[in-house]
Design a protein around this ligand. Structure first.
Ligand code: NAP
Length: 246
């Protein structure tokens, strides 16, 4: 399905990003496994993909740094011949109720989740415009659609990703490039492990399919959007949340 394609997945050393990297590789893409801090974890994912007989390399780059991202996108395109798929997965949380949220907590989440996604979109789009093809998929969240108490920074960043996705889809539609987002519900990763059991129980009550999502649920949707099977889909946000946001 993705044979011959070059895919860059941000924050792919663990969690949802690592599963996306492995899944895209299974479908035939050569994968660039981006990380900011978790180099060892990223190298492990690269090895796992190589052991499957597929192509992968790691690339360290903080996505919130505009110049570093520009360098990464240029080097990837030069070294691997093209950049066909960008998955904006990297993200952080710094939760707090609005009245006590520190300025640094708000800024850090916006810098990584929103600005970081913009940086990657901006620099990858230049390469894709040259190729006149490409797929950009960004990981938003159910919280970007519904809001969530204690996550004013995170929900703003994830709602912003949906807005950027629609805008960029309109800018690039005529150039053979699709731009979409995926909005996961509750997925079992390090990000959600920190939540207390009573919070998890409350969330389960809101999920019609009565289970938390797994990373593969998200990765398969991303792979579909990165393939020609989704050639006529752009500017959309696909919820993968067990019905949490109906
Ligand atoms: P995770 O396990 O905490 O992984 C987050 C990833 O983001 C890590 O690989 C981390 O890499 C990377 N990252 C953070 N800051 C970065 C930066 N400045 N530059 C590059 N990479 C950076 O989280 P996850 O649960 O897999 O979440 C992945 C995405 O899905 C996030 O965007 C998250 O908001 C979204 N999401 C998750 C859920 C859920 O329930 N888990 C639900 C909705 C949406 P380093 O360790 O190298 O920094």
């Amino acid at each position: 399905m993705l044979t011959g394609k070059v895919a860059l997945v941000t924050g792919a050393g663990k969690g949802i990003g690592s599963e996306i990297a492995i899944t895209l590789a299974e479908y035939g893409a050569k994968v660039i496994v981006n990380y900011a801090h978790s180099q060892d974890a990223a190298e492990e994912i690269v090895k796992k993909i190589q052991d499957m007989g597929k192509g992968a390399v790691s690339y360290g780059c903080d996505i919130s740094n505009f110049a570093e991202v520009e360098k990464m996108m240029k080097e990837v395109a030069k070294e691997h011949g093209s950049l066909d798929i960008l998955v904006n997965n990297a993200g952080i949380t710094k939760d707090n109720l609005t009245m006590v949220m520190k300025e640094e907590e708000f800024d850090a989440v916006i810098e990584t989740n929103l600005k970081g996604t913009f940086n990657c979109m901006r620099h990858a789009a230049r390469q894709m415009l040259r190729q006149k093809s490409g797929h950009i998929i960004s990981i938003s969240s159910v919280v970007g659609l519904s809001g969530n108490a204690g996550q004013i920074n995170y929900s703003a960043s994830k709602a912003g990703i949906i807005g950027m996705t629609k805008s960029l889809a309109k800018e690039l539609g005529g150039k053979g490039i699709t731009v979409n987002a995926v909005a996961p519900g509750f997925i079992d990763t390090d990000m959600t492990k920190v939540l207390k059991d009573d919070v998890k129980e409350q969330m389960m009550d809101m999920i019609p399919l009565k289970r938390f999502g797994c990373t593969r649920d998200i990765a398969e949707t991303v792979a579909f959007l990165a393939s020609d099977k989704a050639a006529y889909i752009t500017g959309q946000t696909i919820s993968v949340d067990g019905g949490m946001h109906i």
